[in-house]
Design a protein around this ligand. Structure first.
Ligand code: ZN
Length: 257
């Protein structure tokens, strides 16, 4: 089988500040709108590749600032979720969506099992392997780990406006989500909104965090709040304080469940 990525194209996982001192390991699997050369633009216009369907707008920059504030490692995924959504298992239609929100993705409409396997092998497997290897390294070194993923959501979805500023999502571990939501106004921050476990969005946490007994949370920020540096900096700061408090609290109580 031909490989998806060319020799000059980077590995899907980009680990920033790997030796950071924080217990938080930040992860941003929708950081990029990059498409492997072999797939062209997936049949989309350049403008569509800048929309939220291709990536989480503002999430990478916010996560990078948060990584500096907390001195936390940050794992970025380097390719668009339209190529492979690393928060979905390979059997899910939404891992390589033919339709995202209301947008048809021409390059994904007639994928063969062999095409799907090439993307799984080219993007998902090496990315998840890198996450596993990184968590293994910390485990054997006796480092405590909290897995915290940073995402953004669109203010208007299928024509419906969303009033939420930030959502804290969980499935198998509610502790951290419950701790963080209390640091924000109740009318602007909620649990398991705008998505929740029933939407299949806890795949990465259920794959990497829950089996290891790691505390974890998925954070979703409305993307028009983090579309420029001022907003990204503000939100990284809003989140850094309760995240650091949570790590301190768990360091004394014991991090694993
Ligand atoms: Zn996301």
């Amino acid at each position: 089988m031909e490989t998806l990525l060319g020799e000059s194209e980077p590995h899907p996982a980009n680990i920033i500040n790997p030796t950071g001192s924080s217990a938080h390991v930040l992860i941003c699997e929708h950081a990029s709108n990059r498409i492997p050369k072999k797939l062209g633009t997936l049949g989309l216009a350049e403008a569509d590749l800048k929309r939220h369907i291709a990536w989480d707008i503002g999430a990478e920059e916010t996560a990078r600032i948060l990584s500096r504030l907390l001195d936390a490692p940050l794992i970025l995924q380097r390719y668009s979720r339209l190529v492979y959504d690393c928060n979905r298992p390979p059997e899910a239609e939404s891992a390589m969506p033919a339709l995202s929100e209301v947008f048809e993705i021409p390059g994904n409409t007639s994928l063969t099992p062999s095409d799907r396997l090439a993307r799984t092998r080219g993007i998902a497997r090496p990315f998840h392997h890198a996450v596993e290897a990184f968590l293994d390294e910390r485990a054997v070194a006796g480092r405590q780990t909290i897995l915290t993923s940073i995402h953004s959501f669109t203010p208007v979805y299928k024509g419906k406006p969303r009033d939420l500023d930030v959502g804290f999502l969980f499935d198998r571990d509610s502790w951290l989500a419950n701790f963080l939501v209390k640091a924000f106004p109740a009318d602007k921050a909620r649990l398991n909104e705008p998505y929740g476990p029933k939407d299949g969005v806890m795949h990465l946490m259920n794959l990497h965090a829950a089996p290891r007994g790691l505390r974890h949370v998925m954070i979703e920020i409305r993307n028009n709040l983090i579309e420029d540096h001022t907003g990204q900096n503000a939100w990284a700061n809003y989140l850094a304080t309760p995240l650091a408090q949570a790590a301190n609290k768990l360091a004394t109580a014991g991090l694993t469940r």
